[in-house]
Design a binder for this molecule. Sequence first.
Ligand code: SF4
Length: 137
Amino acid sequence: MLDEHDGKDIRCGGSFMIFNKKRDLVKVLLNFSEFFKHESCGICTPCRAGNFIIQRKLERLDHGLANEDDLKDLKNWGTLMKNTSRCGLGKTATNSLILAMDKFHEYFSTKLDKDYDGLNLKFDMDAATRDYEEYKI
Ligand code: SF4
């Protein structure tokens, strides 16, 4: 398979997956990101940090908390990893993500937090600090 995004001839391992329309694409991409985060040896920063950050952003999308800036960050980190990672793992880890975002832009738009107005209003402070309250002296 040729990567036609940036004109470079990057070949994959020859595998492909088929999903029906019932599969949640964000969950599929989360599985991929978990794999690449686990497999990253961590020597170079773009791959080590990028895989972690991309997973956090995909989780925001999955929970309906992401906004347009998160989509831009996903694309930017994906491109950065592709261009600056040291080996093929980091260079190809975000191929699926970048392709999916290009091909299914409307799908990703439907996953955004429609009520976002610059504040994370869905963040549950009480739930986030519940454990802290138990340890208060
Ligand atoms: S791109 Fe390769 S060398 Fe760099 S952290 Fe990832 S697996 Fe390691």
